[in-house]
Design a protein. Structure first.
Length: 296
């Protein structure tokens, strides 16, 4: 499937921003089932300087500097991305979950070395609650890791209700488990914490998800979503993605933007500014097959 993605972020500041610097991760990355054929990021006002490079995790990032005073900033990212269906994965023939920690501790291959860095807690995935006990029945002895991760995904979807507005980007896992609610970012952080508590490797994935309107209803402009899910190291297959928000294994309707240890590693937009004071943020995302976008 060929998609056109448009992600517009508008900042309205209470006071004039004299200058600012931002880190942008808005260009979809290359994956085993995805290729980004074009990507442009426009800004109003335009930046004085911009520098593009890959970050530590291989995500495309830009560092932009604005020196023109402004009370509003618009960042308009547009990409064309081809996503193909993933090959069928034999979840039952993945390694027993309890053997993976030992294999990663003695990492020898490039894949194992890469996976091992995603075994450890981060400030956003650290928890005081006993997450080993939380999902104990999903991790029976000798259970294939891909099946255990699938059941954990469904457990989190049942236990952590999707409810916007009750958390923010800094909400810790313990708080999410306490209120039993949050958004895709929170559900992903809980899943990461539970997997890492068992010595397993899992990474945070940011991206986009095409949403479908109810039958007979038009698709609303800007109604698609920035999304987050989890990727789990499942040898011998490798990385397998799990979407706890929707209770499914992502396929060709999920568009990958970036990989990291948690949200803080790969926030789409971050930065510092001189001035500005309080501000409001409006985000609009549209994901459409190219044929549909051209017809519009």
């Amino acid at each position: 499937m060929l998609y056109r993605v448009r992600h517009i972020t508008t900042y309205d500041y209470a006071k004039t921003v004299l200058s600012s610097q931002h880190v942008l991760r808005l260009r979809p990355r290359l994956t085993d089932n995805q290729v980004c054929s074009s990507s442009e990021v426009a800004m109003t006002p335009g930046p004085r300087r911009r520098n593009a490079r890959d970050d530590y995790f291989g995500n495309r990032m830009e560092i932009v500097t604005l020196e023109e005073p402004h009370s509003q900033l618009i960042i308009d990212a547009q990409s064309v991305v081809r996503v193909v269906k993933r090959r069928p994965r034999d979840l039952e023939n993945t390694m027993a979950w309890e053997a993976i920690g030992d294999a990663l501790s003695a990492a020898r291959s490039d894949g194992e070395i890469d996976a091992a860095q995603f075994m450890f807690d981060t400030p956003l995935t650290r928890a005081e609650q006993d997450l080993v006990a939380y999902a104990a029945e999903d991790f029976a002895p000798d259970r294939p890791i891909a099946l255990a991760a699938r059941d954990l995904m469904h457990r989190i979807r049942r236990d952590i209700k999707y409810k916007p507005g009750v958390t923010d980007v800094s909400t810790p896992v313990d708080r999410v488990l306490q209120i039993k609610a949050g958004v895709c970012q929170d559900q992903s952080h809980v899943m990461l914490a539970a997997l890492r508590a068992r010595g397993l490797a899992a990474r945070y994935v940011s991206g986009y998800l095409m949403t479908r309107p109810p039958p007979g209803r038009p698709k609303l402009q800007g109604a698609d979503q920035s999304h987050a899910w989890v990727s789990v190291w499942c040898p011998p297959i490798g990385w397998i993605d799990y979407d706890a928000t929707n209770g499914l294994l992502p396929d060709d309707e999920h568009i990958t933007l970036a990989y990291g240890r948690d949200y803080a590693d790969i926030s789409p937009i971050s930065g510092i500014m001189l001035g500005g004071g309080e501000h409001e943020v409006d985000v609009s995302v549209d994901v459409a097959p190219v044929e549909e976008a051209n017809a519009a």
